[in-house]
Design a protein around this ligand. Sequence first.
Ligand SMILES: [Zn+2]
Ligand SMILES: [Zn+2]
Length: 223
Amino acid sequence: MIAKGMHGHTRIHPQGLLRQFYLWLRGTEQILVRPAAELPLVLISYAKGDREGMERLRETLEGTWLTLPETFRHRYAEVLSQVPPFVVVLLRRRNLCTCLGHHHPPGSESRLTRRLRSMSGVLTGEIDLAYEAIRDWEPQPLSYPALHSAAEAAEFQSFQWQLGLLTVFLHELHHLVAPAESERHVRGQSQKFYEDALAHFVAERFGVESGLRHGLPVPKVIL
Ligand SMILES: [Zn+2]
Ligand SMILES: [Zn+2]
């Protein structure tokens, strides 16, 4: 516990850690997310005006992840077992280099992450995600002929955005824990995760299989 108005040094007890962070971060554009147990504790750091992106990422980590079948989530079990218990996500709209995200190898993290790590004594990793670029991203053209209404198309797009955020999040964590792994391998795993999860969502929600799964000719979803 930290007494109100107390000054000077305060010993950090593990159970008081989150409160310490909240006090330190109060008034800044950062938020702590506590997703499912197999995911790390996440601090999203975002610019003023980017609240929508933060909310989307938070929903994704807290909710969307758990809506996926266990068999899909299990594909990242090995990666997640090696991820630091605390991960900072620097959330941006876009990257100048046009990448959807990056992992930040040890030594290249922001001052925020270095400070959190030294404050908490907890292993802390860092990645960045470009949420608008992810929203606009389609790894392959898709066809979902069963989306008949604008409402269905909007629901599909919403899920697609959240799944994209989740996929790039997992992709960058994969790089973080396996720096020697090739981009081809890391991307292969994340792309398959994305395609399978999207196909599952569409099949379950709209009762159709995705064009990807069947290799159908695939025009874009028209809104
Ligand atoms: Zn880049
Ligand atoms: Zn990559």
